[in-house]
Design a binder for this molecule. Sequence first.
Ligand SMILES: NC(=O)c1ccc[n+]([C@@H]2O[C@H](COP(=O)([O-])OP(=O)(O)OC[C@H]3O[C@@H](n4cnc5c(N)ncnc54)[C@H](OP(=O)(O)O)[C@@H]3O)[C@@H](O)[C@H]2O)c1
Length: 256
Amino acid sequence: MLERPRVVINVGASVDGKVALTRDALLMHQPSTDLWAAMTPPGADPVPLDVLELLKQQYGCNAILEGSGSLVTESETPEELPPYDGDAADLYEHFLPADITQLLSPPLMWFVVVDSRGRVRWTENHENWAVLVLVTRSTPAAYLAYLHREHICYLVIGEVQVDLERAIAAMGTELGIRCVMSAAGGGLNGALLRAGLIDELYVTLAPALIGGLGTPSVMDGSPLAVGEAATRLQLLSVNADTSGSVRLHYGVPGSG
Ligand SMILES: NC(=O)c1ccc[n+]([C@@H]2O[C@H](COP(=O)([O-])OP(=O)(O)OC[C@H]3O[C@@H](n4cnc5c(N)ncnc54)[C@H](OP(=O)(O)O)[C@@H]3O)[C@@H](O)[C@H]2O)c1
């Protein structure tokens, strides 16, 4: 059996475990970006670490994973796409154009986004980065046609939601991805937890409290059943700085 790529979560949170200020505003948009940064006063000995760079060196990490929730809020209505009037059957096959997949990775890095509902519109290109969208057999044909037109790679894995276990495995077999760093919010990270796919976790706590029931946290997703045990972690390192930030690094015993 082929080994699946290693999955490492890298997340920033308040001390009460929130990863956003509210569910209605993305951290990548103002005013949240500045408000989030302001939670961490400048320290003389800051703990933030370039986890991606570390994982590149340690495991040959060549992919970042994000959920659609990092790029579009649930309350947003994405720009409408023209209906697809061709034979949709061909669209529901993986789309991996050779001119992209033949590039050496690294230096090519994959920006992988789970988006079964086809909500993200792609407007930016970054040198040495290629986008891979994870979609399913329920993703609207108009969205898959849009990805074809934009020459954006996708894998079709799952019926309604993306089957994360198969998707992570396919990233290895189809694209040679060895390690993926999840930079997602609580929805996707919680789903990775429930699927038993997390190998390591970096959490950088900012010295601040956010509060708010329903505000995304480090791990959301479906709750444990009554009597079901938590996932135990093994502490690998802890670093604190004079600003009050704390970086925790854990391994998940028994994972890949
Ligand atoms: N502090 C940080 O480090 C950090 C990092 C990232 C994001 N954020 C913030 O966190 C917020 C977003 O968090 P969020 O929890 O709303 O979004 P999220 O983590 O993106 O969660 C939603 C994503 O998870 C997928 N998903 C959920 N359950 C699933 C399952 N069972 N199987 C397969 N896929 C599943 C959804 O798929 P579909 O799209 O297919 O429905 C969607 O792509 C934003 O405000 C963002 O700015 C903070």
